[in-house]
Write a protein that binds this ligand. Structure first.
Ligand code: ADP
Ligand code: MG
Length: 243
């Protein structure tokens, strides 16, 4: 979709849980500087796929090529080192600690708490997601907690940032703010893998969409030129969406 070439190519990626294929021979390419949607209903395999890209789950079969090199991503730390950041659907934050303390816990230790606080504050404002590094997580809204996760990912200067159903916990105003942030990341040449089951969002902000159903890719398209009905058909099957 873009002239910038592939950042990440996934071939034949499969994840079995017992004999059940949560992801089944998935092929996917993410280019540099694009916002790429992973679109699918609940249970389609979206979270399982991105957990393999972030080193949370090991693929059963298949290959991940990152910047032209075949890689095995053994852990989230390994993913971060490659330049992959992730914002999970369910946050892992310590309620009793401050924003800066939470972020510092995921850094490798060569940076002081004061430096983490300063850099987190700077990045959060630069990306339109303001945070007070001294605030306690317990006092923050869910939208603000998500900002911590995004800033934590940005501190690693990622080439690719993955967001798993980020708007499911946001107000419409917070979602608009997030979309501005994603467009800024794109303008910087970073790539975004944006997971959603909401067609209107994907049509609004994404350059490409890969559609999953029952663990398989059912389509890859430019969502802006598709109709909602054609996207829905890829998501749920022609039988259901033929209305
Ligand atoms: P999505 O994120 O698209 O809603 P998931 O990737 O979470 O879908 O799940 C895909 C399918 O794999 C679902 O049927 C889910 O129940 C199953 N699944 C996910 N994780 C596990 C697991 N750890 N063990 C067994 N089944 C799982
Ligand atoms: Mg999911």
């Amino acid at each position: 979709a873009t002239a910038n070439g592939p950042l990440l190519t996934v071939s034949n990626l499969t994840k079995l849980f017992g004999s059940f294929a949560a992801c089944n021979e998935i092929n996917l390419q993410i280019d540099q500087g694009e916002i790429h949607a992973l679109l699918g209903e609940n249970g389609a395999g979206k979270s399982t796929l991105v957990k393999m890209l972030f080193g949370v789950l090991a693929p059963t079969v298949g290959e991940i090529v990152w910047q032209g090199r075949s890689v095995r991503i053994a852990s989230p730390a390994a993913a971060r080192k490659l330049g992959i950041g992730m914002v999970f659907q369910h946050f892992s934050l310590f309620e009793a600690l401050t924003v800066a303390e939470n972020i510092a816990l995921s850094m490798d230790g060569n940076i002081s708490l004061a430096e983490v606080a300063e850099e987190a504050s700077r990045l959060s404002h630069a990306y339109g997601l303001p945070l007070d590094p001294k605030a306690h997580v317990a006092d923050l809204s869910v939208g603000e907690r998500q900002r911590i996760e995004i800033v934590r990912a940005l501190l690693q200067n990622p080439r690719l940032i993955i967001l798993d159903e980020p708007t499911s916990v946001l107000t419409p105003q917070e979602a608009d703010r997030l979309f501005e942030t994603l467009n800024k990341l794109k303008a910087e040449g970073r790539s975004v893998l944006y997971i959603s089951h909401r067609l209107e969002e994907v049509q609004r902000i994404c350059d490409r969409a890969t559609v999953l159903r029952h663990g398989k890719v059912t389509g890859a398209c430019d969502p802006k030129v598709e109709t909602p009905a054609s996207l829905a058909r890829m998501m749920v099957g022609s039988d259901v969406a033929a209305v």
